[in-house]
Design a protein around this ligand. Structure first.
Ligand code: FUB
Length: 310
């Protein structure tokens, strides 16, 4: 009986696995990938683009998570949370980021989520937490961590979006975010409060999607620039710079003006996840997540990355 149950479980698993290739998740329109590696699996979190062909805006009511042990076969791990996980939020599952960190002796997964606030105009950023990378996540604060009225450096209501969370080797965590203006702040060990002021990084042509990763002692701050967007990056000796601009690593998309990147190292290779709109029927608000291998030069710079369709 036990063997029969295991066989059934394996069969069910293989049904939920899709063969890889770009777009990575062929059954749904997906955007804004975030990724972590945990216990030999890659977890990719995406916003679900639910816009109908006639819609002319983002329709995003949930995040979804997929996982893989080989970057080839992907398991659909469902919906780990929605904007409605936050009682103070109204909608808009925009570009999130996730990190694993032990707090109070327990391993937890921390999900930074930009959402529309019910009572404060514009976009805010909430923090949700779970014991598992696949959720369910619950609101870790009960209120937004960032609201548009806290950080009004621009006149737009969506300048507080696109959180990118990074934990340095010394344990200090940082949150980067922003549209038009790139901001960052240190996070306390509890991951739910800022530790000090919000800073601005002056970046010419910055649009959105700041993302910090570290490799071989170099810090990489990548972001979407211009509109239509392309992925550019800077390098520095610390999570706060000083930053040296390094140019564009991935050019703009044909069918959508946005692009949004996340970098991971997995099984000895480096990857960038991003979105375009190459899934059949795709478009500006019907995007699809894809992946490419990243190659670093000996001096630490990143070789230009071409988008592949397979
Ligand atoms: O998906 C909604 C918004 O579009 C994201 O927050 C931006 O990064 C852009 O991809």
């Amino acid at each position: 009986m036990k063997h029969l149950i295991s066989a059934l479980a394996l069969a069910a698993l293989s049904v939920t696995c899709a063969q890889a290739g770009n777009p990575l998740f062929p059954k749904l329109f997906t955007a804004d990938p975030a990724a972590i590696v945990d216990k030999g699996r890659v977890y990719v979190y995406v916003g679900h683009d639910e816009a109908r062909p006639e819609d002319k805006d983002y329709v995003m009511h949930e995040w979804r998570v997929y996982s893989s042990c080989d970057m080839v076969n992907w398991r659909d791990d469902g919906v780990p949370l929605t904007p409605f996980t936050f009682s103070w939020a109204r909608d808009k599952a925009w570009a999130a980021d996730v990190v694993k960190r032990e707090v109070d002796g327990k391993i937890k997964y921390w999900f930074y989520a930009p959402v529309a606030h019910k009572t404060i105009p514009g976009m805010s950023i909430g923090v949700a937490v779970s014991d598992s990378p696949t959720g369910p996540f619950v609101d870790a604060r009960g209120t937004a961590l960032v609201t548009n009225d806290m950080t009004t450096q621009t006149k737009i209501s969506w300048d507080d979006i696109d959180p990118g969370v990074f934990i340095d080797d010394d344990g200090q965590a940082y949150l980067y975010w922003g549209n038009t203006v790139l901001k960052y702040a240190k996070l306390k060990r509890n991951m739910t409060e800022f530790d000090g002021p919000i800073h601005v990084v002056e970046v010419p042509n910055f649009t959105e999607a700041p993302y910090l990763h570290k490799r071989a002692g170099t810090y990489y701050l990548s972001y979407a620039q211009h509109f239509p967007e392309e992925i550019a990056y800077m390098t520095g000796p610390s999570p706060t710079g000083p930053w040296t601009p390094r140019g564009v690593i991935m050019g703009k998309n044909d069918k959508t003006k946005t692009i949004h990147q996340a970098f991971i190292e997995f099984n000895g290779k480096s990857y960038v996840l991003y979105h375009n709109a190459e899934l059949p029927g795709g478009g500006e608000w019907r995007r699809s997540v894809a992946v490419e291998e990243v190659r670093y030069n000996a001096d630490g710079t990143i070789q230009p990355i071409a988008q592949t369709k397979k």
